[in-house]
Design a binder for this molecule. Sequence first.
Ligand code: GDP
Ligand code: IMO
Ligand code: MG
Length: 426
Amino acid sequence: MSTLVIVGAQWGDEAKGKIVDVLGSQAKWVVRYSGGNNAGHTVIIGDKTYKFQLLPAGILHQNAISILAGGMAICPKGLIEELDRTLAQADGIGELMISPAAHVVFPYHRKLDELEEGARGDHSIGTTRRGIGPMYTDKVQRIGIRMGDFVQPDIFREKLHRVLDFKNRLMTLLGGEEISFDDLFDEYQAYATRLKPYVRDTESLLARAVKSGDRILFEGAQGTFLDLDHGTYPYVTSSHPTAGGATLGTGVGPRAIQNVLGVCKSYTTRVGEGPFPTELTNEIGDQIRRQGNEFGTVTGRPRRCGWLDLVALRHACQINSMSGLIITRLDVLSGIDELQVCTAYQNRDTMPYSREDWAEVVPSLESLSGWYEDIQGAKVWEDLPSAVQNYVRFIESFTETPAAILSIGPDRSQTIILRPDLIWGS
Ligand code: GDP
Ligand code: IMO
Ligand code: MG
């Protein structure tokens, strides 16, 4: 077996895109298993910057087959734009396939996302307004339209008729305007025609690939604490970014997953509302945001920044049964004299459960030495200053999880592989 899940270990934006691009060169299949264009995965190669939202970050490898799996939320218009943009930018891309089980995001989902956020008032979630929550609501309510339906005009017409009537009543109730069936159908029918050739029975193809021992890389979006079941509910996304989502979202069973690597920043960021025990609302937080250029890939919002929360990270290791960690953005911490990490939530020995529990968390912080050296040019472990090495060792020891890869800059080349055996197996 040669299967590897790359999962976000925090609140998203951990640099999964860069890592999937780096490891994608070794994979035969790269499979995005959840979420939609609420994700923004940046890949920097030389002077080119790619921002993937729906396409797997492995698409740049022409020998790999990229799959948008059944657990995903696909905005057809966004996907076509992204595909055209990538084709224009790249020297070539790999083959793309879309599962018929993936759900389609329509304009009424985006409109409802906006209206519902407005209606929440002080309790808004700070969503990306890409219609992701309303689309997954339809999936659970069993009125969603899937890619397999979407590309068959008669079925699409009939399903859209039924659902749009209902959505129009809902949107009017929330103060929005109705969407015309004819306009929507005509526009989306053209997208369906364009995307039809990509829709394939990806479940069967992946089952065969597992049997043949092909290298399969599962690309997570978002992060563990944005998971609908395991995150800081209700301040979460509506899908399953955790490693379990890789099996649910693709049809590859749990015993076929070999390794799980969790990507974590060497500090913490969060976009949108919700608990964040180690948040820094002071000059150091601003310094991290400045040095790390911490602004959202999708919405441009400033990311909230804070110290590394090891209690949360240890929990993420457990929830995802992680084989190892990928610690990114170590270079960003350069120039901070004393670093702090959270090693306990005061007066608690269990993870907070509710919004109210999280609000009461007081983090216990431990200090570790910082470093001033520019580490972006390091090639191997031995090139790193001892303060960086100690920081990494502290994380490994606290989480009882080995560091498999370190990232010390955005480029492909700024990657130090410490444990090749934890990637595809020895
Ligand atoms: P993702 O959503 O997890 O794929 O992460 P994003 O792409 O939203 O954000 C990560 C950002 O960090 C991107 O702008 C990357 O180019 C950048 N990046 C990745 N690895 C490193 C690193 O080790 N150091 C620095 N400074 N930037 C990095
Ligand atoms: P990547 O894959 C960071 C956050 C939103 C909001 C919450 C719910 O780039 O790591 P949604 O639009 O999903 O209903 O918003 O989840 N969020 C992300 N934050 N990175 C992401 O993706 C995110 N995707 C969603 O900011 O707080
Ligand atoms: Mg991102």
